[in-house]
Ligand binder design. Structure first.
Ligand SMILES: [Zn+2]
Length: 441
């Protein structure tokens, strides 16, 4: 089965005869790749260059250890990003602070680096910043098989789709916590260009339309001084037939969110145990069912992959013995290959979902410790929002009894919507009553 390269499409399959002729020439190259493959599959990094922030372990050259000075810069880049600075801005800040670029740093500590710099200008590039924000290695994982070469003849590097990467958890000490890294990834995926006025919304990447699920579009009017900063559904902005406006001003949104966050902080401060209990109990039954369903589908997909391997072996033998034509063989192998690829993607997705639900407790602990960082929140900042909130869904405003009512759903990071069963004042009364009953009983 090793001869089936899953990145191949129908047209890449050689006619069988040519395929055999190529086999000999390919052999040596395949040995090298086979060795690389087994090395990569054992979780040893295949990267020749250790990423910025790490260095090779003196005692074991296959291991990475944290390189303090550069790791500090990596941490600072993530901090700045979560505080709401974009990659261009971060590059500018680092340059202004006279921080050596990775290339300059490598040269300064005598690490091998391909280019020879004439002078150190500390000129940071937004692409460098972006690549640091995208590297999963910083949370302690080894990521192998991100690229392949086209063939043994053509050594062009070809990127491999993310779902086919092999990821090994906790192979070295992390520089960035997983929670922080996830925030950075979400911000990277939802990044947005600043508006024409140059103003950036503090909710950037967090706001979505409740009905169509698309991003809310931020607008800071430049010409009309009386107009307020506001958001509209981006589908509606594109075409008013696609959705409704979901119009909300930045001012209203900020006050709604601030009020909710303040409640959470206060809830947590006074009733932490109750909060934990409630969160863990929340929809746990539904979740158990979902996990069981996912695990079953996962097993089925794995079984089918093995079946396909066997089917392929058969058609391959049938083709050699002349039972099926080359063309038929190509078609069948193309279909099997396609199905197998789809199954692999499904397995990846399912295992992610299974892991996610099992990670819930860790998320909750992380969320609580993040909330506790703030004893009092009087103003919203991108940092607070990014750290605590995963997304906000904006509903269409409605008129109820002549009054305009607009709802928003705030999904807190790792815990979802936090509902307050009764108002905090009521809750204090309930608890006092309970205590009194216990005393009198
Ligand atoms: Zn919409």
């Amino acid at each position: 089965m090793d001869n089936i390269d899953s990145s191949k499409g129908l047209n890449d399959f050689l006619p069988i005869q040519d395929w055999f002729n190529e086999m000999h020439a390919k052999n040596t190259s395949q040995k090298v790749r086979a060795v690389l493959k087994s090395k990569g599959e054992s979780g040893i990094s295949l990267a020749n260059n250790v990423p910025y922030g790490y260095k090779k372990d003196e005692n074991d050259k296959t291991k990475w250890v944290i390189d303090e000075p550069s790791a500090e810069v990596v941490k600072e880049i993530y901090n700045l990003f979560i505080q709401g600075h974009g990659t261009f801005e971060i590059a500018r800040i680092l340059t202004k602070r006279n921080i050596m670029t990775p290339a300059e740093y490598f040269i300064s500590v005598g690490r091998k680096f391909p280019s020879k710099l004439q002078e150190f200008k500390h000129q940071w590039n937004p692409t460098t910043v972006a690549s640091i924000l995208d590297r999963q290695e910083y949370i302690g994982d080894t990521v192998n098989f991100k690229y392949t070469i086209r063939s043994y003849k053509d050594k062009t590097k070809v990127p491999i789709p993310k779902e086919d990467w092999q990821i090994f958890k906790n192979t070295h000490e992390p520089i960035i916590g997983e929670y922080t890294w996830n925030i950075a990834q979400q911000l990277r995926n939802n990044r947005k260009k600043p508006t024409r006025s140059g103003k950036k919304s503090i909710f950037s990447g967090l706001l979505f339309c409740n009905d169509c699920g698309k991003k809310m579009y931020f607008q800071s009017p430049v010409t009309d001084l009386n107009a307020k900063d506001h958001y509209r559904c981006s589908s509606y902005k594109k075409n008013i037939d696609l959705c409704t406006s979901h119009w909300i001003t930045d001012e209203v949104l900020q006050s709604l969110v601030l009020e909710n966050i303040q409640k959470v902080v206060s809830y947590m401060k006074n009733y932490e145990d109750l909060f934990i209990k409630e969160q863990l109990a929340k929809s746990s039954q539904d979740e158990q069912k979902q996990i069981a369903k996912n695990k079953k589908e996962f097993e089925q997909a794995k079984k089918r992959i093995t079946e396909i391997d066997n089917l392929f072996m058969h058609i391959y033998e049938d083709n050699i013995s002349g039972k099926i034509t080359d063309e038929r063989f190509r078609n069948l192998s193309f279909n099997y290959d396609k199905e197998q690829k789809e199954l692999k993607a499904k397995i990846e997705q399912l295992s992610k979902e299974i892991n996610n639900t099992e990670k819930k407790t860790t998320n909750l602990t992380q969320f609580i410790s993040n909330v506790k960082k703030y004893t009092e929140i009087t103003e919203l900042t991108p940092e607070i929002l990014n750290e605590l909130i995963e997304k906000i869904l904006v509903h269409q405003a409605e008129k109820i009894n002549g009054k305009k009512v607009q709802e928003i759903d705030i999904y807190y990071r790792g815990v979802g919507i936090i509902s307050f069963p009764v108002s905090l004042e009521d809750m204090t009364m309930v608890i006092e009553k309970m205590l009194n009953e216990r005393i009198t009983a």
